[in-house]
Structures are given as structure tokens and as C-alpha cells.
Design a protein around this ligand. Sequence first.
Ligand code: CTP
Ligand code: CA
Length: 224
Amino acid sequence: EADLESGLPLKGKKILVTAGPTYEAIDPVRFIGNHSTGKMGFDIAQSAANLGASVILVAGPTHFKIENSLVKVVSVVSAQEMHDACHQYYDTVDVVIAAAAVADYRPKNVALNKIKKNTDSFTIELEKTKDILASLGEIKKNQFLIGFALETENEIENAKLKIQKKNLDLIVLNSLQDEGAGFGKPTNKITFIDSNFKVEPMELKSKEAVANDILNKVIAHFYE
Ligand code: CTP
Ligand code: CA
């Protein structure tokens, strides 16, 4: 039984974390990606392990590494691969923290050979990827489901819509408003919103500190 006194309040709990970008192939040498580094997700995985949880870290392409007997890293490239890996482990976990910046669209057709620059202009048709978190929300049993939301307008309203649409228990709203926060930065400015729409703005802080704040929410879920 996990307990607070031991300093390992998440001992015996299993947490699935997604991290990093996904890459969607255009041809054998090119892809569509984004600026996510994976730092937020790796910091969450590290903090969770420090608290005694066993972690499955499903990570898109990133240079981050983690050596910890409590963390199993599952490396993926595309949104479809991340989707499949998450579903493979979903039944076995108590918590999901979806920090990945999953591509929303992918090329509809992937060229088998490198595309040559034969024409002056060139169009790539895109199709939607699967919404991984929404697909987990749909089949949720006891899992505590935490998502992120990146918004640049109507932040709170849009984040609340995501809670409902994806059947989440908590959302971590990421503000890009602040100069020091976001992609490639060491800090994040977040606001927690829970499934009762309680809004809790947090100070600008390091991603490590944000990771700890998020895991404190997980601990509170198990102990309150
Ligand atoms: N997410 C996911 N699968 C996708 C897209 C997003 O699992 N195909 C997850 C992200 O990991 C994040 C949450 O959903 O935890 C919200 O991602 P975000 O990009 O903010 O929202 P979207 O639902 O993609 O909507 P939009 O980009 O249009 O705001
Ligand atoms: Ca998106």
C-alpha cells in the first residue's frame, strides 16, 4: 500500500506519460513535426519515478534520455504509433498524463520515393490524425486522465471544452502569453482546470517545478 510517510506516495501506482512531438512522414526523408522538445514529459516521468510510481513513457522523437529502473521508455515516431503504444498499456495504468505535442494532421499519402523538385509549386494534402487522449477518454474505467491544452485565445473556455470532449479529470492549460514559457524554454506558465471547472492559475516556474505541481494533483487524487 502506498503511503505518504515513506516519501514514496505513488509507490504501487502506474503512470502512462506521453512526451515530445510526433513526426508525420511526407516521403522517406521528410516529415511534418513541431518544436516540442519532450522536456515537460520527461520531467513528469522523472518526478513520478522519484515519488515511487512506475512509469511508462511513450516518447516521440527527442534527445532526452532517462535511466531509471522505474521508467520504461517506449519510443515512437508518428501519432499512429503513439496511439497504438498508449492503447497497449492503457488497461494496466492508474493515471495518464498526456504531455505530448501530437501532430493534428498527417500527409494523406506518403510518397514511396524522395519527392523531386520538378514543379514550381507543390501541395501536400493532409488528413486528421487520431486524437489519442480523446480515444482513451472514451474507454476510461478508473484511470485518472490528465491532458494539456495549448491555447492562444479564449484560453479558459477552450480548455474547458477539451475537458468535456476528451473526458478528462484535469487539464494543464499552457500559456504562451508569457515570454519565458513554452516550447524550448525552461519554464512554463500553467493553469489547472479540473472536471468541476475549478480554475487554479499557477506562477511561472521551471518545468521541473511544474512537473511536481502536476504530480501533487495526482497524489491528492489518491489521498483525498
Ligand atoms: N492530443 C492527443 N492526440 C492528438 C492531439 C492532441 O492525445 N491527436 C492530446 C495532447 O497530448 C494534449 C491534449 O490532447 O494533452 C490537447 O492537445 P491540444 O493540441 O491542445 O488540443 P487539440 O485537441 O489537438 O485541439 P487544437 O490543437 O485544435 O486546439
Ligand atoms: Ca493540437
